[in-house]
Design a protein around this ligand. Structure first.
Ligand code: G3H
Ligand code: 13P
Ligand code: ZN
Length: 311
């Protein structure tokens, strides 16, 4: 099975009322944990790589690990650039074998966003690669970018038709109240998503795949393990899973998950090291970390994405 684009995955997901998980990867244990769960449940998969992950692990290492996962599992896998911020990084990923890229022009003006996104779409489509664009700005922390709640903004449904028509993008990330990182709502704040915006976008773009970033639930069991084993993450809170499942039943075809994988790995390592302070072989503590990644992904496929058996 070669690497695939997300085009057909999204068509089936839209029609079937489920979403594909897009999981961030930057090392072997993440890739193995994620693909083990997807294989077990026969679920389609997007593995996504941020600029930071590419810097950390190097493009070639990640690509070879993903190729190994492809060979090992036989699953349909799409490899996607997460939050590409320039034409150059998108081009480099396309030239380097990715089957999907995101150009995140959400920090620019509407006109600049269209111009940049269109440039990436032209190059990507010439090379058989699909493109995700973004309209609206999520709050939260991703790598070097920290968007405050005040600077964030919901997607304006009045802009989506023009954006999609003018750019030719294949999917669109929108801001409806999710945010990046492990602290998505203030303590006491009621988690809410703007389903009215999602539905209005879907009405204006019938059948068009929508993407949700910042969609970790910040799984409380792992936050608890971290806090009980020497960590400190008070007030970590995410998106309720029933809301994400509801979004997947509507127009959302891709749900991005990074923070929950980080929590699973960290909880596994902390718990192991607290119980075995004398251990110093990385395999001893990376094994439970990898097992937790598998368990997180299994849980997402079954309870959030609804894509078990759809590969
Ligand atoms: O949305 C961003 C992802 O969580 C990637 O995070 O840029 O720290 O690798 P990163
Ligand atoms: P989380 O921080 O909620 O996992 O979001 C990840 C993401 O949107 C990657 O692009
Ligand atoms: Zn994101």
């Amino acid at each position: 099975m070669p690497l695939i684009t997300s085009k057909e995955l999204f068509e089936k997901a839209y029609a079937g009322g489920y979403a594909i998980g897009a999981f961030n990867v930057n090392n072997m244990e993440l890739i193995q944990g994620i693909t083990e769960a997807a294989k077990e449940l026969n679920a389609p998969l997007i593995l996504q790589v941020s600029a930071g992950a590419r810097k950390y692990a190097k493009h070639v290492y990640l690509m070879k690990l993903i190729e190994a996962a492809l060979e090992d599992t036989g699953l349909p896998i799409c490899v996607h650039l997460d939050h590409g911020e320039s034409f150059e990084i998108c081009k480099s990923c396309i030239d380097g074998g990715f089957t999907s890229v995101m150009i995140d022009g959400s920090k620019h003006s509407f006109e600049e966003n269209i111009k940049l996104t269109r440039q990436v779409v032209e190059y990507a489509h010439d090379h058989g690669v699909v493109v995700e664009g973004e309209l609206g700005r999520l709050a939260g922390v991703e790598d070097d970018v920290n968007v405050s709640a005040a600077d964030s903004s919901y997607t304006d449904p009045n802009q989506v038709e023009e954006f999609v028509k003018e750019t030719g993008v294949d999917s669109l990330a929108i801001a409806i109240g999710t945010s990046h990182g492990a602290y998505k709502f203030k303590p006491g704040q009621k988690p809410q998503l703007r389903f009215d915006i999602l539905d209005e976008v879907a009405r204006r773009l019938p059948g068009f795949p929508i993407v949700l970033h910042g969609a970790s639930s910040v799984l409380p069991e792992y936050v608890k393990i971290i806090n009980e084993n020497g960590g400190s993450m008070p007030g970590a809170i995410g998106i309720p899973e029933d809301m994400l499942r509801e979004a997947a039943r509507r127009a959302v075809c891709k749900i991005n998950i990074d923070s929950d994988l980080r929590l699973g790995m960290t909880a596994g390592i902390r718990q192991h090291m607290a119980a075995h302070p004398d251990h110093f072989d990385p395999r001893q503590y990376l094994r439970p970390a990898r097992d937790n990644v598998r368990d997180v992904v299994r849980h997402k496929i079954e309870h959030v994405l609804g894509c078990a058996g759809k590969a």
